[in-house]
Design a protein around this ligand. Structure first.
Ligand SMILES: [Zn+2]
Length: 196
Protein backbone atom coordinates (compact mmCIF):
# COMPACT_ATOMS: atom_id res chain seq x y z
CA UNK A 1 0.00 0.00 0.00
CA UNK A 2 1.27 3.41 -0.96
CA UNK A 3 1.83 5.38 2.22
CA UNK A 4 1.10 8.62 0.36
CA UNK A 5 -2.34 7.58 -0.90
CA UNK A 6 -4.76 10.50 -1.44
CA UNK A 7 -6.64 9.81 1.77
CA UNK A 8 -3.42 9.62 3.77
CA UNK A 9 -2.13 12.85 2.21
CA UNK A 10 -5.37 14.71 2.82
CA UNK A 11 -5.34 13.61 6.45
CA UNK A 12 -1.80 14.92 6.85
CA UNK A 13 -2.66 18.14 5.04
CA UNK A 14 -5.75 18.59 7.19
CA UNK A 15 -3.71 18.08 10.34
CA UNK A 16 -1.16 20.64 9.16
CA UNK A 17 -3.87 23.22 8.45
CA UNK A 18 -5.46 22.63 11.84
CA UNK A 19 -2.08 23.00 13.55
CA UNK A 20 -1.43 26.26 11.68
CA UNK A 21 -4.83 27.64 12.58
CA UNK A 22 -4.27 26.72 16.21
CA UNK A 23 -0.88 28.43 16.20
CA UNK A 24 -2.29 31.59 14.65
CA UNK A 25 -5.26 31.74 16.98
CA UNK A 26 -8.77 32.93 16.22
CA UNK A 27 -7.95 36.65 15.95
CA UNK A 28 -5.53 36.09 13.08
CA UNK A 29 -7.70 33.70 11.11
CA UNK A 30 -8.12 36.46 8.52
CA UNK A 31 -10.92 38.41 6.84
CA UNK A 32 -12.21 35.33 4.99
CA UNK A 33 -13.71 33.94 8.18
CA UNK A 34 -17.40 33.35 7.54
CA UNK A 35 -20.17 34.28 9.97
CA UNK A 36 -23.52 32.47 9.86
CA UNK A 37 -26.97 34.03 10.14
CA UNK A 38 -28.89 33.88 13.41
CA UNK A 39 -32.35 32.31 13.25
CA UNK A 40 -34.71 34.73 11.49
CA UNK A 41 -38.49 34.85 11.20
CA UNK A 42 -40.23 36.01 8.01
CA UNK A 43 -42.88 38.71 8.58
CA UNK A 44 -43.41 40.31 5.17
CA UNK A 45 -43.73 44.07 4.88
CA UNK A 46 -46.52 45.42 2.71
CA UNK A 47 -45.39 45.31 -0.94
CA UNK A 48 -46.26 49.03 -1.00
CA UNK A 49 -43.42 49.73 1.43
CA UNK A 50 -40.31 48.69 -0.53
CA UNK A 51 -38.94 48.43 -4.08
CA UNK A 52 -38.49 45.07 -5.76
CA UNK A 53 -34.97 44.70 -7.13
CA UNK A 54 -32.29 42.11 -7.88
CA UNK A 55 -29.42 43.16 -5.67
CA UNK A 56 -26.49 42.75 -5.59
CA UNK A 57 -26.76 42.53 -9.42
CA UNK A 58 -28.88 45.69 -9.73
CA UNK A 59 -27.03 47.58 -6.98
CA UNK A 60 -23.95 46.61 -4.96
CA UNK A 61 -24.57 46.27 -1.21
CA UNK A 62 -21.80 47.91 0.80
CA UNK A 63 -23.47 49.36 3.90
CA UNK A 64 -25.40 48.17 6.95
CA UNK A 65 -27.56 50.90 8.50
CA UNK A 66 -28.40 50.61 12.20
CA UNK A 67 -31.72 52.01 13.44
CA UNK A 68 -33.71 52.28 16.67
CA UNK A 69 -37.48 52.05 16.21
CA UNK A 70 -38.88 54.62 18.67
CA UNK A 71 -41.76 52.11 18.82
CA UNK A 72 -42.54 48.81 20.50
CA UNK A 73 -41.71 45.80 18.32
CA UNK A 74 -45.37 44.93 17.63
CA UNK A 75 -46.27 48.54 16.83
CA UNK A 76 -43.33 48.83 14.44
CA UNK A 77 -44.30 45.52 12.85
CA UNK A 78 -47.78 46.85 12.12
CA UNK A 79 -46.30 50.00 10.61
CA UNK A 80 -44.20 47.93 8.20
CA UNK A 81 -47.30 45.87 7.29
CA UNK A 82 -49.39 49.02 6.66
CA UNK A 83 -49.32 50.03 2.97
CA UNK A 84 -50.03 53.64 3.91
CA UNK A 85 -46.81 54.08 5.93
CA UNK A 86 -44.24 53.85 3.11
CA UNK A 87 -41.46 52.55 5.35
CA UNK A 88 -39.67 49.25 5.96
CA UNK A 89 -36.41 47.76 7.19
CA UNK A 90 -34.93 44.46 6.05
CA UNK A 91 -34.73 43.23 9.64
CA UNK A 92 -35.93 44.16 13.12
CA UNK A 93 -34.77 42.80 16.48
CA UNK A 94 -36.73 42.59 19.72
CA UNK A 95 -35.14 43.98 22.85
CA UNK A 96 -36.09 41.32 25.40
CA UNK A 97 -34.85 38.20 23.63
CA UNK A 98 -33.04 39.28 20.46
CA UNK A 99 -35.76 37.78 18.22
CA UNK A 100 -34.92 38.57 14.59
CA UNK A 101 -37.71 39.28 12.11
CA UNK A 102 -37.15 39.81 8.39
CA UNK A 103 -39.60 42.07 6.54
CA UNK A 104 -37.95 42.61 3.14
CA UNK A 105 -35.73 40.27 1.11
CA UNK A 106 -32.12 41.38 0.90
CA UNK A 107 -32.36 41.52 -2.92
CA UNK A 108 -35.10 44.15 -2.58
CA UNK A 109 -34.69 47.80 -1.55
CA UNK A 110 -36.19 48.56 1.86
CA UNK A 111 -37.22 52.14 2.61
CA UNK A 112 -35.38 52.94 5.83
CA UNK A 113 -32.57 55.44 5.24
CA UNK A 114 -34.56 58.39 3.91
CA UNK A 115 -31.97 58.61 1.12
CA UNK A 116 -32.51 56.70 -2.13
CA UNK A 117 -28.79 56.12 -2.80
CA UNK A 118 -28.29 54.71 0.70
CA UNK A 119 -31.43 52.61 0.44
CA UNK A 120 -30.18 51.03 -2.77
CA UNK A 121 -26.76 50.16 -1.34
CA UNK A 122 -27.64 49.03 2.17
CA UNK A 123 -29.32 46.55 4.46
CA UNK A 124 -31.41 48.27 7.15
CA UNK A 125 -31.69 46.79 10.65
CA UNK A 126 -34.18 48.17 13.18
CA UNK A 127 -33.81 47.62 16.94
CA UNK A 128 -36.70 47.85 19.35
CA UNK A 129 -36.26 50.74 21.73
CA UNK A 130 -35.89 54.48 22.21
CA UNK A 131 -32.77 56.54 21.68
CA UNK A 132 -33.02 58.20 25.11
CA UNK A 133 -33.31 54.97 27.15
CA UNK A 134 -30.31 52.60 27.05
CA UNK A 135 -32.17 49.90 29.00
CA UNK A 136 -33.71 48.81 25.69
CA UNK A 137 -30.27 47.97 24.29
CA UNK A 138 -29.88 44.53 25.82
CA UNK A 139 -26.81 42.33 25.47
CA UNK A 140 -28.83 39.62 23.72
CA UNK A 141 -30.10 42.14 21.16
CA UNK A 142 -26.57 43.45 20.55
CA UNK A 143 -25.25 39.92 20.11
CA UNK A 144 -28.02 38.75 17.77
CA UNK A 145 -27.80 41.94 15.71
CA UNK A 146 -24.03 41.68 15.50
CA UNK A 147 -24.34 38.07 14.36
CA UNK A 148 -26.71 39.22 11.61
CA UNK A 149 -24.46 42.10 10.57
CA UNK A 150 -21.42 39.82 10.51
CA UNK A 151 -23.30 37.36 8.27
CA UNK A 152 -24.25 40.22 5.94
CA UNK A 153 -20.61 41.32 5.83
CA UNK A 154 -19.61 37.77 4.89
CA UNK A 155 -22.28 37.43 2.20
CA UNK A 156 -21.63 40.77 0.48
CA UNK A 157 -17.95 41.34 1.28
CA UNK A 158 -18.67 44.38 3.44
CA UNK A 159 -15.74 45.48 5.65
CA UNK A 160 -16.49 45.19 9.37
CA UNK A 161 -15.77 48.83 10.14
CA UNK A 162 -17.63 52.02 11.04
CA UNK A 163 -17.33 53.36 7.48
CA UNK A 164 -19.55 50.54 6.26
CA UNK A 165 -21.62 49.80 9.39
CA UNK A 166 -23.28 53.11 10.19
CA UNK A 167 -26.10 54.65 12.17
CA UNK A 168 -29.15 56.19 10.52
CA UNK A 169 -27.92 59.51 11.92
CA UNK A 170 -24.81 59.14 9.73
CA UNK A 171 -26.75 58.88 6.46
CA UNK A 172 -26.18 62.08 4.47
CA UNK A 173 -29.08 64.50 4.63
CA UNK A 174 -31.01 62.74 7.37
CA UNK A 175 -32.69 64.49 10.29
CA UNK A 176 -33.00 61.22 12.24
CA UNK A 177 -30.91 60.79 15.39
CA UNK A 178 -31.04 57.01 15.79
CA UNK A 179 -29.46 54.87 17.11
CA UNK A 180 -28.47 57.76 19.41
CA UNK A 181 -25.80 58.41 22.02
CA UNK A 182 -26.58 55.35 24.18
CA UNK A 183 -26.02 52.82 21.38
CA UNK A 184 -22.76 51.10 22.40
CA UNK A 185 -20.78 51.04 19.15
CA UNK A 186 -17.64 49.73 20.88
CA UNK A 187 -19.41 46.64 22.18
CA UNK A 188 -21.43 46.19 19.01
CA UNK A 189 -18.42 46.31 16.68
CA UNK A 190 -16.48 43.93 18.93
CA UNK A 191 -19.37 41.46 18.66
CA UNK A 192 -19.51 41.93 14.86
CA UNK A 193 -15.79 41.26 14.50
CA UNK A 194 -15.82 38.17 16.76
CA UNK A 195 -18.98 36.55 15.30
CA UNK A 196 -18.52 33.14 13.69
ZN1 LIG B 1 -33.76 55.11 11.61
Amino acid sequence: MDSTSPSRRSLLKGAAVAATAAALGPLTAGPARAASYPTTHWIPASPSNYTVSSRPTSYAIDRVVIHVTQEYFQDARHIFEDPARQVSPHYMLASADGYVAQFVREKDIAWHAGNWSYNTRSIGIEHEGWVDDPSWFTDVMYRQSAQLTAALCTRYGIPKDRTHIIGHSEVPGTDHTDPGPYWDWTTYMAYVRSAV
